[in-house]
Write a protein that binds this ligand. Structure first.
Ligand SMILES: [Zn+2]
Length: 452
């Protein structure tokens, strides 16, 4: 019998028999023997039990129950014993290049929760806009939140921008908490900082003003790593961010940092000399380490994109996000004891078109490749997929790009062994109506695997 459960449970026994059953008929049990996010669902002719050791496990059991139930309210008699493969099952939304409404963010969160994802990485600032209200540095959002024109090829010359108020951010954090999702905010530094430097140009090496960018790319507008005021600023803003986001993790970016400015800056050169740093890569290592230690001193765990590993960081300093890592820095880092999140471009970059990254490629992502030793594999926290929004102007486009590929991410993060791909595709297509009810329009089935 075909059951359309997604992600597919790790142990499931199904009967042909069905019975009418409501969610409220489930007898909830506490069982300490069940893994923290796991659950057991036992439905026979007389009884229906949902057991878990945590509220999160109960929540995931309910998601499975809802998918088991047919339109008439019947569910198959079954025994399901289930728990996730990885503790990190994430999705990232870029709210800088294009901003979303609170309702759109909530719709994404609802969909993610239904498929048992548990991390919402929120990319809140970049060269094209700062999106967090700041009381200490209000020009961040009032100036850095706006760009001249819509940009990215859209000829609309009107100013484009906006930001999330602290009240809105708290609302989203609570919304996620109610669905057992941790929000991981990102303040990308020291690169991708055009919006910051438009607001506070004194934090750059030259002190010269720049524009909030309207095009995609890597820009030379980076924070000066020589000036002490840069660290004061970053730590002060991070204090505001920590007040808003109670979760354990804070992402500090660290990707794509052009070094020319640092090499030509008297402040940065002095810093390299004073700290005995061999070159600008080592200066970024100094920057990363200093910010990371500040976060750790405040009880947080810092995360950076894999470029932070260009400097030789100790495994305990930071968690690395593996996105574009031709040198295998993350593999080596994990093998030495560092924690890594798998987020590689050709498998799970959801902004790529389906010709470049088909659903099959997402589903076939090997999260524990042989370049990781046994210890390295134990240090893989899990999987995450980003939707970068340079070319995702509206929510309709976001739905098309994200689904069904995020369903592949959800299943690979949860289910121990990949299921048969044809079966997965059928279960993914079966989610179309449920996603549609959330206002999310999945890409047409015929476009999922252009090569087939
Ligand atoms: Zn400098």
């Amino acid at each position: 019998m075909a059951v359309m459960i997604l992600p597919y449970p790790n142990e499931i026994t199904l009967s042909e028999k069905r019975r009418l059953l409501q969610e409220s008929d489930l007898r909830l049990e506490h069982d300490d023997a069940i893994e923290p996010e796991g659950y057991r669902l036992e439905i026979d002719a007389h009884d229906a039990v949902l057991a878990s050791s945590t509220d999160a496990g109960r929540f995931y059991g309910l998601q499975t129950f809802r998918q088991l139930q047919d339109a008439d309210g019947f569910v198959p008699l079954c025994t399901i014993s289930d728990a996730p493969r990885f503790s990190w099952r994430g999705f990232m939304v870029d709210s800088s290049r294009h901003i979303q409404t609170i309702d759109e963010i909530k719709a994404m969160i609802d969909a993610a929760a239904a498929y048992k994802l548990n991390i919402f990485h929120w990319h809140l600032c970049d060269d094209q806009g700062w999106r967090i209200e700041s009381e200490r540095y209000p020009l961040l959002h009032t100036v850095g939140g706006w760009r001249d024109g819509w940009g990215f090829g859209n000829p609309n010359p009107e100013k484009y921008g906006g930001w999330f108020t602290k009240a809105q951010i708290r609302e989203i954090v609570q919304y996620c908490a109610d669905r057992f999702i941790t929000v991981v905010p990102e303040f990308d530094m020291p690169g991708h900082c055009s919006a910051v430097l438009k607001a506070y140009p004194a934090l750059s090496c030259t002190g010269e003003s720049c524009d909030v960018n309207t095009e995609a790319g890597v820009f030379s507008n980076v924070l000066c790593a020589g000036k002490e005021e840069t660290f004061d600023f970053c730590c002060s803003v991070l204090e505001e961010i920590m007040e808003l986001f109670p979760g354990e993790y804070i992402h500090i970016g660290g990707d794509e940092v052009p070094k020319d400015g640092w090499n030509n800056c008297p402040h940065c050169r002095k810093r390299m000399q004073d700290e005995h740093l061999a070159n600008a890569e080592a200066l970024q290592g100094y920057f990363t380490t200093r910010i990371a230690r500040f976060l750790r001193a405040n009880g947080k765990t810092p995360i950076g994109w894999n470029e932070v590993l260009e400097a030789d960081l100790a495994p305990g300093e930071i968690v690395a996000t593996k996105w574009w890592d031709p040198k295998g820095l993350c593999d080596d880092f994990a093998n030495r004891g560092g924690k890594v999140i798998m987020e590689e471009t050709r498998h799970v970059y959801l902004d790529y078109n389906y010709q470049t990254t088909s659903l099959r490629q997402s589903y076939s992502y090997d999260l524990l490749p042989d370049s990781f030793t046994d210890e390295g594999k134990r240090n893989v926290l899990g999987i995450e997929a980003p939707i970068w929004t340079e070319w995702v102007e509206d929510f309709k486009r976001m739905g098309y790009q994200v689904f069904p590929r995020l369903l592949a991410v959800a299943e690979r993060g949860w289910t121990n062994e990949p299921q048969d791909y044809a079966g997965f595709k059928a279960r993914a297509e079966a989610q179309r109506d449920a996603l549609g009810a959330r206002g999310i329009e999945m890409a047409p089935y015929a476009e999922w695997d252009p090569e087939d």
